[in-house]
Design a protein around this ligand. Structure first.
Ligand code: AMP
Ligand code: FE
Ligand code: FE
Ligand code: ZN
Length: 303
């Protein structure tokens, strides 16, 4: 399918000059608190014209989101945020425009989602003696089929009155350093990058430097990831440190990588505001040019 030129994609411009994109949004198909259509409505309300839905290890929100986005005149890029294993801890890899029927990628995603269930049950069983919450309390705050994670356990702790917010739960009880913590099965970041590329997708490392620079993504590591097919870096993200952003910008320059900025909106689940960081149109075009496993969903051509 040939892609219409920007001026003819729709009756209204899909992305007017100066209106950037927010390509990292979560719905209640993972740990966001709003339905995909509601996320799209709010994105439109703040003036966004190009969006993606990037639920954790999950693509089930695409159809609802794409339909809503297009009906509001927005371009929708199918996306996902994959849980992956870094050298020491879990990292997140954004993936855009991959083939949702690609078996090697989607089997791995399914494996991560299944392990999330087992792992969440283990965490909850460790919490039960101290805080009294049970697996039923978690499922009571979680719709069927969603990618379950610590945020849903946090919701159960909030409901039980143990903490007042998800943030407070993560500050202590659900922190990785706590005894209650249980790691998650996930592919190595190099494996995940290769899987996304093989599925025709565009892999972009999410919020890559959030802590001390001396333990951050090294020059050697970024070269290895680029070699595996890493396409870009999410430089504009509230969790990247100021030093981290500088390092990431330098890496992007050295390796000619796509640079994105995003909100990582989670509805009421996090304080992140829609469009608080955004991606320039030129970078959106690069993502679209590289992704060939799925097509962007453009709004219908107007009258
Ligand atoms: P998990 O993937 O189950 O290990 O949980 C990590 C998820 O928790 C990520 O998707 C984050 O978006 C979310 N998360 C991390 N810290 C916080 C926080 N302070 N408040 C709300 N959500 C958080
Ligand atoms: Fe999240
Ligand atoms: Fe993330
Ligand atoms: Zn995210």
């Amino acid at each position: 399918m040939t892609r219409p030129s920007p001026s003819t994609r729709s009756g209204i411009a899909t992305q007017a000059p100066g209106i950037p994109a927010d390509l990292h949004l979560h719905s209640n198909h993972s740990d966001g608190t709003e339905r995909p259509a509601e996320v799209m409505r709010r994105a439109h309300d703040v003036g966004l014209r190009t969006v993606s839905l990037t639920d954790h290890d999950q693509i089930s929100g695409w159809e609802e989101a794409a339909t809503a986005a297009n009906s509001l005149g927005m371009t929708f890029l199918p996306g996902m945020e994959l849980s992956v294993r870094g050298a020491k801890d879990t990292l997140h890899l954004l993936a855009y425009l991959f083939d949702p029927d690609n078996a090697p990628l989607m089997n791995e995603v399914r494996r991560v989602r299944e392990d999330r269930l087992t792992r969440a049950r283990r965490i909850v069983s460790r919490l039960t003696p101290t805080y009294g919450i049970t697996w039923n309390d978690v499922t009571a705050c979680t719709a069927d089929g969603v990618t379950i994670g610590r945020p849903h356990i946090a919701d159960a702790l909030v409901s039980a009155g143990v903490v007042s917010s998800r943030a407070q739960a993560f500050d202590d009880i659900l922190d990785v350093r706590h005894d209650y913590y249980e790691p998650l099965y996930s592919p190595s970041v190099v494996t995940a990058v290769r899987l996304v590329v093989a599925a025709g997708g565009v892999p972009i490392l999410a919020h890559p430097i959030t802590g001390p620079v001396d333990s951050a993504l090294s020059t050697e590591r970024i070269a290895q990831l680029v070699e595996a097919g890493l396409a870009g870096l999410e430089v504009g993200h509230r969790d990247n440190t100021p030093d981290g952003r500088q390092i990431l910008s330098a890496y992007a320059h050295t390796h000619d990588l796509i640079v994105t900025g995003s909100s990582d909106y989670h509805g009421d689940g996090k304080p992140n505001r829609l469009a608080e960081n955004t991606t320039d149109e030129a970078m959106v075009e690069r993502i679209i040019a590289q992704g060939n496993g799925a097509t962007p969903r453009y709004p219908a051509v107007g009258p």
